[in-house]
Design a protein around this ligand. Structure first.
Ligand code: EZ4
Ligand code: CO
Length: 402
């Protein structure tokens, strides 16, 4: 069996997506997601100009060997661009293998460990009252777990607050939007939001919050401690994690569970955090962390330390990543939760998929492969459009972490 073609498809049904389609001499094809928000064309070139030509003629059944070829064979290891390209190839090859086996991908991975994948949705509002109402709306839709982000008094454009509520999309402009951040204002406000949420809805639902890398370790510790009475499911990205040791400081001050890893690319980024038990959930997902082959390695390593998975699932993760992640989540023994931001109807039309939502759970469906396809005719109607994530500055103009 041989790979005959590896094509990159760029489409923008409301937001940009980069998709790899691998074709074989046996008529079976596989689909992989290669989207890197705000840096899409770098991955397009990596695939089109460098990796795809090396794949032609290879046996698509040799997933592990092709993974190692992409990783070790480039000499230049790791990094978001490289790992998104490797992930796209890997996802497409698992899709092909599962189709050849006539199985849904979760069966090929080892079978179902659970009946449904618990997801958390995003409730956000311009102020406290609106956010509280939004959380109520998510509870009404059947969600068991909800992330709450709110506008902060005195700050324009807080992270996580959209223009429309259902389809929050941070990559909002052809050049990066500038936003302003102030930690003091945020620390004054966030505990009040969760106090109100628990007072209104009680403690039956899981509540989550994303700090989006904006606090220093000591500020993060302070926030984690202040949130303890409200029993969060997790506090995410409370401080930047390049220096993994920073989490020792946070950890020794708070019992609020911590989640990190949506911007990690490999097991090496997670290694110290996991083996020192500095986090509770690892946020890596298929496209960011080298596909199913590498994500599986991260999850198995995490299991040794009772760290559970909590895969990133924002709108920039295409339905292809969502589908593959749901198969992974259905199998992985140490599953925790899956993030789920809904895609727009235009995106769902470009990517027909077998997964579905019911009662707070996503189900991967029983289609063979990972169950997500791309309609190239519809995709061609939406050409690439430059779109960037915002940047954040402190009130004095200092560039900060968005
Ligand atoms: O800002 O995926 O938890 N979710 C997030 C996302 C990220 C975007 C960046 O592309 O932090 O909203
Ligand atoms: Co996040």
């Amino acid at each position: 069996m041989k790979i005959t073609d590896a094509r990159v498809i760029v489409t923008c049904p409301g937001r940009n997506f980069v998709t790899l389609k691998i074709e074989t001499d046996q008529g079976v094809y596989g689909i992989g997601d290669a989207t890197l928000n705000g840096r899409e064309l770098a991955v397009v070139s990596y695939l089109r100009d460098h990796l795809a030509p090396c794949l032609i003629g290879r046996d698509p059944r040799r997933i592990e060997d092709i993974w190692q070829y992409g990783y070790r064979g480039a000499y230049w290891r790791r990094g978001p661009v490289t790992m998104a390209a490797i992930a796209a190839v890997d996802t497409a090859l698992w899709d092909i293998k599962a189709k050849m086996a006539g199985m849904p991908l979760y069966d090929l991975l080892g079978g179902k460990s659970r009946d449904g994948v618990m997801v958390y949705g995003h409730a956000n509002g311009a102020d406290l009252e609106q956010t509280v109402d939004e959380v109520g709306r998510y509870i009404g839709m059947g969600y068991k777990a909800i992330r709450a982000q709110s506008g902060v008094p005195g700050l324009k454009d807080a992270y996580g607050v959209g223009r429309g509520t259902m389809y929050y999309e941070p990559a909002d402009a052809a050049l990066p939007t500038e936003t302003v951040w102030d930690t003091r204002k945020s620390l004054n406000f966030v505990p009040k939001l969760f106090e109100k949420l628990r007072a209104t809805y009680g403690f039956d639902h899981h509540l989550l919050h994303d700090g989006h890398h904006r606090y220093t370790p000591m500020e993060a510790a302070n926030l984690g401690k202040a949130l303890e009475p409200y029993q969060l499911f997790w506090l995410e990205d409370c401080t930047p994690a390049e220096n993994q040791e920073a989490f020792k400081l946070v950890r020794q001050h708070t019992t609020t569970p911590l989640a990190v890893g949506e911007i990690f690319n490999t097991i090496w980024d997670c290694k110290d955090l996991i083996q020192n038990q500095l986090i509770d959930y690892i946020r890596c997902t298929v496209v960011r962390a080298g596909g199913i082959t590498h994500l599986r390695r991260i999850a198995d390593f995490a299991a040794l330390y009772q760290v559970r998975t909590g895969s990133h699932g924002a709108t920039d993760l295409s339905p292809v990543t969502m589908g593959a992640a749901l198969h992974f989540d259905t199998w992985v023994p140490n599953f925790g939760i899956q993030e789920y931001m809904r895609h727009t109807p235009e995106t769902d039309e470009v990517f027909p998929h077998a997964y579905s939502f019911a009662d707070g759970y996503l189900h991967p469906g029983d289609a063979i492969g990972h169950g997500v396809d791309i309609d190239e005719t519809i995709a061609a109607r939406y050409p690439y459009k430059p779109a960037y994530l915002p940047v954040a500055r402190l009130e004095d103009g200092t560039l900060w972490n968005w």
